[in-house]
Design a protein around this ligand. Sequence first.
Ligand code: SAM
Length: 326
Amino acid sequence: MRLTDKFGRQITDLRISVTDRCNFRCVYCRSANPENHMSSASLLTWDEYVRLARIMVPMGIRKVRVTGGEPLVRAGVEDFVAQLKSVGVEDVSMTTNGYLLAERCDRLVAAGMNRINISLDSLDRERFERITRTKTFDAVIAGIDAAQASALRPVKVNAVLVRGINDDEVEAFAEFARDRDLIMRFIEYMPLDADRSWTRESVVTGAEVLRRISARWPMVPIAHERSETARKYRFADGRGEIGLISPVSQPFCGHCSRIRMTADGKLRTCLFSKEDHDLKPFLRGGASDGEIAAEIISIVSEKEKSHRINEPDFVPPSRTMVSIGG
Ligand code: SAM
């Protein structure tokens, strides 16, 4: 039985958050104040995530992205990647802040990981430190170096642009992509921050980013799969690529192929779902694989038509990005 929702969208991508803990405290994501973390007993075990993946692969899940929180802070994530590959996940990737990547990259590659996304919100050291509230700029750049020197492909670097914080760096990020021959992706700021300081005015749209980069370098559109989040462009005169992820200004819900598992075992059919669905009672209550599969099919069939960010009655979800898994 294929995982399909009532609008006919086939679900092929699963994002698994393996922790809500993070060694960064990015201003557009987390609060400066201490937050409550999920207790370790409430987190799924590696075996429980693997069991869910094993159940979902025959239902059409081909891609799994491991995320968090920061996935590299949970010990054992390399073995988890290897287990995901061994249960038949075709494409395993990770989203990381890159801080621990240089020392872990070889083990991730050996485990069979296919590709990686690294977050980098400023090329200016001091500004990077202000945004992340850490002093880790060199380590993150070393992480990007390690990824590019490894077998992981493609290497994508993600920047969330926030007006007044880092929107003056669009062209510098484009240069970074050209110099390093990598994919630089610009993500629109979404109302998922812990401080609830998101405003529509703080969003830097993909259209603005394309206009500004195209004013400097001729850009050529690249074909993309319907379900891909990014609109992609290459530089006509050289190396590098950019991707525009515009969930606020140009929602791509109509072709969404994603579902998410939170670190504590809640299945979410949309980043902005009002409710999530706890699979832990099934996993820990003796349910069979068939019963769990039936529950997942029924949850996915009710996937939301769209995220509704632009509707007048939109209310942000109670969970913030770090506790959903980005
Ligand atoms: N720790 C990892 C990292 O930094 O990439 C993975 C988790 S993080 C929550 C995943 C992605 O979500 C990052 O690229 C981050 O920049 C992005 N993100 C966090 N808060 C966001 C927000 N309010 N709007 C848009 N993207 C956000």
